[in-house]
Design a protein around this ligand. Structure first.
Ligand code: 6GU
Length: 287
């Protein structure tokens, strides 16, 4: 049957087989780099990199700050594959297209997916530069029927109605806290709920207040769709938000959300975020 990605299982298999024929790296970990956080991919050793445009069936990336490369290599000896630049709803792609790389990860042999993003802080205790370990999400596009698993289900990937109450692996969250505190990051390490919106416009003040009341600690435009598809096909998931700006919550504020601020904060915290992720990777256990 045709899968819900708009790509059949066979299409995904063909893409994965092509990649496996081009590199000797057999990744157990798949990483997705958020806005301004592409430096993680540069940290891989013995790189074999592919521009998205050169990979059969792969979607293309268009946004500034997203390089658009799939990088294979090792992080402290552990084989990894890294998306440097991801696909977003606001670029106009069908939602199945932006999550297709998760199925490629799965077919490459990936067992654990680590996702990063830049997000606006809704929690009033959060500061710019905080790193939030995602413990749960609010899928607002999903409420409106925009779920990446909508459409025919191919059982070779996963079940029709996947559970999401265990989407974010609790052991990995604990491990990240332990690793983070050993690195001396406790002062800016948080855990919270990430809310995804379609973008590309940032939120109004009323929308930020609403999301905060609904239980969101941070708001962004990515990650959740990838998490759903990664969990559907049985990969473990860990995700982080870098709080690049505070969402505007009151009418007296002079602040305005802007993409430059997002990229600038990414640069300042990127190194620590990279170290957190690469240390986490070395501590992962795989079957
Ligand atoms: Cl304030 N909102 C959204 N939707 N995405 C963001 C953001 C805010 N800051 C970084 N990414």
């Amino acid at each position: 049957p045709e899968s819900s990605t708009g790509y059949s299982f066979e299409d995904c298999q063909a893409t994965a087989d092509w990649l496996l024929s081009q590199t000797a790296v057999r990744p157990l970990v798949g990483i997705v780099c958020g806005s301004g956080l592409g430096g993680l991919a540069d940290a891989l050793k013995d790189q074999v990199a592919f521009n998205y445009r050169d990979i059969p069936n792969f979607p293309q990336s268009t946004v500034h700050g997203h390089a658009g490369r799939l990088v294979f290599g090792t992080l402290k000896g552990r084989p990894c594959v890294c998306m440097q630049g991801r696909f977003h709803l606001y670029e106009g792609y069908p939602i199945q297209k932006i999550t297709m790389p998760m199925r490629i990860f799965k077919l490459l042999g990936v067992e654990t997916v680590i996702l990063t993003n830049a997000a606006g802080g809704l929690n009033q205790d959060y500061k710019v530069g905080d790193i939030m370990i995602i413990k749960d999400h609010l899928n607002m596009p999903g409420f409106a029927g925009n779920n990446p698993l909508a459409g025919p289900n191919d059982e070779r990937f996963g079940v029709r109605f996947p559970c999401m109450s265990d989407a974010y692996d609790r052991e990995l969250q604990q491990l990240a806290f332990d690793v983070g505190s050993e690195l001396g990051y406790s002062d800016f390490l948080r855990e919270g709920v990430y809310c995804v919106l379609g973008g590309p416009s940032f939120e109004t003040i009323a929308e930020c207040r609403m999301l905060h009341k609904l239980g969101a600690d941070a708001v962004g435009m990515s990650t959740v769709h990838e998490v759903i598809v990664a969990r559907h096909c049985g990969m473990r998931v860990f995700a982080l938000s870098l709080i690049t700006n505070k969402a505007v919550m009151d009418y007296d504020s002079e602040e305005k959300a802007n993409h430059e601020e997002v990229l600038q904060t990414g640069k300042q915290r990127a190194e620590q975020l990279e170290r957190l992720v690469s240390t986490l990777v070395t501590q992962l256990e795989h079957n």
